[in-house]
Ligand binder design. Structure first.
Ligand code: BES
Ligand code: MN
Ligand code: ZN
Length: 505
């Protein structure tokens, strides 16, 4: 992956194939670049004063330096109106710059800091570059001419020599490596990523990063009474797996040991089962493992950053298939917690596997809080669209923290309520609860179902059905190339960083 560096700006000396300079809309003052060669400077000034380039958001123009200065080319990049500029704009613009550099076949490029220097700006610019340069080309011929050379270095030129900005970039590089890892596994086609493959990827990850790991397989799941996971996986020839990873920072004192529990849905392919889905867009159900991929990636980030927190990640993984051995509408399943569930739709499978993973994780690890991520309902997309994830929880402090962090990371989240009425919709005539609550409020009744298995522990559910991959209704962002987005990794890492206890130095 590209590495993003930070350097004190000396643009009259910076050897680079492309220097990107951000320009706010209708601002002609170009004093930040007076160290440029006078003729290059004059040429840029004229471009701006002639209004050939106005700096509208995302626009760009190339200026050739013809040997006048250490940079081969300069790209003016429109930042839009100064008063509307946020960290998210910086992320998008830096991503644009990186993609342009790639089109120009550059091996490296540099960017002048877009606006006033602060930690958020450096973080966002680093993320934008490293996220935008991601592409999934595992299945393309390596001699394919369409694949441009890789950019392996990008530099942010800043007006400070404080080392703290390089450590911000270093941290962001690690987080983006984790996001891109999530994308790499989430983009795998379903024929190459059955639950066993996901489990083996998790085991290698654990090896590499020193995580404790355990994979519970089919027969053991039966013995343990994980009725939900067993039922959903029954229709497939690819046996189900429950993946458990533990990260212990080792620096925490007595009383700070309780871990966070992260649970991620990993349905490697969701046909709907006996309640089969229509064939249109069924291919997109390879992304039904995205919640689990995010959890694996957060475990990787936390370990690579050596955060002073304890975290357990649990990923129930199944394939939901129709066959002679599938679970059926009408089945009543005894779950790990002991509660019974009447199955009225086999396509509401995510909540069945999450319920067991939640109950098991809470019973085994007594976590201080639980967060689950899942591509759980089409209804979440109906409610909020494809650019905002739905959050539902039982703990106001935790939901508020996630909401606020999501504003910073650009991983937009909005809370839906969990009033008592929703629980009425999942009451069953024959069992403790049923697995569907009808069309009204479908994203919330799914969450209401899950809340039955959270056992009073502070819990938040994030429905990433709309945001986990680029789909119909997705707003195009430079830093989210086609396919899996790795949604949630950056926000969850930020949440865990807030919880970090100061490390002894
Ligand atoms: N994985 C799907 C949810 C989904 C659908 C995510 C489309 C993204 C795009 C989930 O397993 C599912 O099928 N949910 C059903 C629930 C219903 C049967 C109550 C749904 O949303 O239709
Ligand atoms: Mn389904
Ligand atoms: Zn599903």
């Amino acid at each position: 992956m590209v590495q993003v560096k930070v350097e004190k700006a000396k643009i009259d000396q910076k050897q680079t194939s492309l220097l990107v300079i951000g320009v706010f809309e209708n601002e002609h003052d170009f004093s930040q670049s007076k160290e440029l060669d006078p003729i290059v400077f004059a040429s840029i000034k004229e471009t701006l004063e002639n209004k050939e380039f106005r700096g509208t958001f995302g626009s760009s123009i190339l200026v050739y330096t013809l040997g006048r200065g250490p940079m081969k080319k300069i790209m003016l990049l429109g930042l839009g109106k100064r008063e509307k500029f946020t960290d998210e704009s910086a992320r998008i613009c830096a991503g644009k710059a990186a993609q342009k550099a790639k089109e120009l076949d550059a091996k490296e490029f540099s960017m002048l800091q877009f606006s006033n220097l602060d930690e958020g700006l450096v973080e966002a610019m680093t993320e934008g570059v490293a996220l935008a340069l991601y592409s999934f080309d595992k299945y393309k011929a390596s001699n394919n001419k369409e694949l441009p050379a890789k950019i392996d270095e990008a530099t942010i030129l800043i007006n400070s020599d404080s080392p703290k900005f390089q450590s911000i970039a270093d941290r962001a590089n690690l987080v983006v490596e984790a996001v891109n890892f999530a994308r790499d596994i989430a983009n795998l086609p379903p024929n190459d990523c059955p639950p066993a493959q996901l489990a083996s990827i998790a085991m290698s990850l654990a090896q590499e990063y020193g995580l404790k790991a355990q994979v519970v397989d089919r027969y053991e799941l039966e013995n343990m009474g994980m009725g939900g996971i067993v039922a959903v996986g029954k229709g497939s020839n690819n046996p189900s797996k429950l993946i458990i990873l533990e990260y212990n920072s080792g620096v925490l004192g007595e009383g700070q040991q309780k871990p966070y529990l992260l649970v991620g849905k990993a349905v490697t392919f969701d046909t709907g089962g006996i309640s089969i889905k229509p064939s249109e867009k069924m291919d997109e159900m390879k992304f039904d493992k995205c919640g689990g991929c995010t959890v694996l990636a957060v475990m990787r980030a936390v370990a690579s950053m050596k955060l002073a927190v304890n975290v357990v990640g649990i990923v129930p993984s199944v394939e939901n298939m129709p066959s002679a051995t599938s679970y059926r509408p009408g089945d009543i399943i005894r779950m790990y917690s002991g509660k019974t569930v009447e199955v009225l739709n086999t396509d509401a499978e995510g909540r069945m596997i999450l319920a067991d993973a939640l109950a098991y994780g809470i019973a085994t690890y007594s976590p201080k809080a639980v967060i689950d991520l899942a591509t759980l309902t089409g209804a979440a997309i109906i409610a909020l669209g494809a650019n905002v994830a739905a959050i539902v929880g039982t703990n106001k402090q935790l939901t508020d923290r996630l909401r606020k962090l999501s504003d910073k990371t650009g991983e937009k989240m909005w809370e839906l309520p969990l009033y008592d009425e929703y629980h009425e919709q999942i009451k069953s005539a024959y069992a403790d609860i049923k697995n569907i609550g009808g069309r009204p409020g479908g994203a919330i009744t799914a969450a209401a179902f899950l809340s039955n298995f959270a056992n009073g522990v502070p819990w938040v559910h994030i429905d990433i059905a709309g945001t986990a991959w680029t789909q119909e209704g997705t707003y195009e962002r430079s830093y989210n190339p086609k396919g899996a987005t790795g949604f949630g990794v950056r926000t969850l890492v930020k949440l865990l960083m807030e919880d970090e206890k100061p490390q002894p130095s």
